[in-house]
Design a binder for this molecule. Structure first.
Ligand code: BYC
Length: 318
């Protein structure tokens, strides 16, 4: 294709984005658009799959049958989200095997938040309330993202995230209303998950390398800092409602901005976790790679069965 033809295609593509049209898998798209989407969507899929691990840790120890059923359903939803997102990413011309390989070799990232340990039952409440709460704020704008398969996957994901957030908040309400030990447990979980939840929304806008381009392509609809502020403004009154204290001495309502001012985020900690040195990075990767290796016989058996069925079909056709 000549340079002139590519320029024309690019101009048509930009015009479609400006008109808020969805870009579909077979449409022409700039190579950088395709790669950026593979990066973000696959990291999102990996986050859902790795995100099952901290909660999976508590399924056998949920305090009642009702709690166990809800947690099990939530973790299953996360597997479903990972699978839609992998399928949506495959429409961009990358295989599932390549995506797994990128995760297992550490080439692809997954959300920093899932590298923290879940040490008490209250952590299930804090994850649902804060982590899923932050996820909804980040993901609702993604329902109108420009790439069709991603936008459609996100509509269903967001509906389910809403149930996850309520499930977590309800655990926190019950603990906060419970005995002094239970309330302490809830406060301790909030203390440990608050700052990592703020970090989850990504580096500050001045440090974010992809925001500018992703906003132009309408992959991202809001910047990391705007989402973080929205999350804080939404969550602080919820903590007040259940009598818990946000662990930030600098948190203060700013009348002029009609928003909360908040303290300094420890970005060194964030980058350490992103680079693989968080409290559970090694454990999480070991669990994923181990599951992949232990599942090899299942994949082989499924392939052998599919081949056998195909041969039978071919013989019948003759
Ligand atoms: N953790 O330029 P930036 C869930 C990386 S799943 C690790 O701002 P971007 C859930 C970033 O990738 C939650 N890495 O990037 C599941 C980039 O590195 P690369 C996951 C992070 O893409 C189970 C570099 O830092 N949600 O909700 O414009 C249970 C510079 O950042 C993180 C999604 O994936 C991080 N937190 O913005 C419960 C949503 N933040 O790629 C809940 C979709 C940044 O150049 N993703 N990095 O090597 C997004 O919305 C965006 O990708 C982000 C980052 C806002 C996360």
């Amino acid at each position: 294709m000549s340079e002139e033809q590519i320029k024309n295609l690019e101009a048509q593509f930009e015009a479609r984005i400006a008109r808020d049209e969805k870009i579909e898998p077979k449409d022409w798209m700039p190579e950088k658009y395709r790669k950026t989407h593979i990066r973000q969507m696959s990291q999102h899929a990996h986050s859902e799959i790795v995100g099952m691990l901290p909660e999976g840790n508590w399924i056998t120890r949920a305090p009642s049958l009702r709690r166990k059923v809800a947690l099990l359903a939530k973790v299953q939803d996360e597997a479903g989200h990972g699978l839609y997102l992998y399928s949506a990413t495959e429409t961009l011309g990358i295989s599932r095997d390549e995506l797994y390989e990128q995760l297992h070799t550490g080439k692809a990232k997954y959300s920093s938040i899932f590298n923290y340990p879940t040490v008490t039952w209250a952590d299930m409440g804090a994850i649902g309330w804060l982590v899923d709460g932050a996820a909804i704020i980040n993901q609702v704008p993604l329902c109108s993202t420009s790439y069709g398969p991603y936008a459609r996957a996100m509509i269903r994901v967001c509906k389910e995230e809403s149930f996850h957030q309520r499930q977590g908040f309800e655990i926190m309400i019950k603990l906060a209303e419970g005995t002094s030990e239970q309330k302490e447990m809830a406060q301790d979980a909030l203390n440990r998950w608050w700052w990592p939840s703020l970090m989850m929304l990504g580096p500050t806008d001045s440090e974010s390398v992809h925001t500018e381009q992703s906003m132009k392509w309408k992959l991202k609809r809001k910047s990391n800092d705007d989402l973080r502020q929205q999350f804080i403004d939404q969550t602080v009154p919820q903590a007040e409602l259940i009598g818990l204290t946000i662990p930030d001495p600098d948190l203060k309502w700013n009348e002029e901005r009609q928003s909360y001012d908040f303290g300094e985020i420890n970005w060194d900690e964030f980058w350490q976790v992103v680079k693989g040195h968080g409290p559970c990075n090694k454990e999480r990767m070991k669990a994923r790679v181990g599951a992949w290796e232990r599942g090899e016989w299942v994949r082989d058996a499924a392939m052998a069965y599919a081949e056998k069925q195909q041969t039978r079909k071919e013989k019948r056709a003759i």
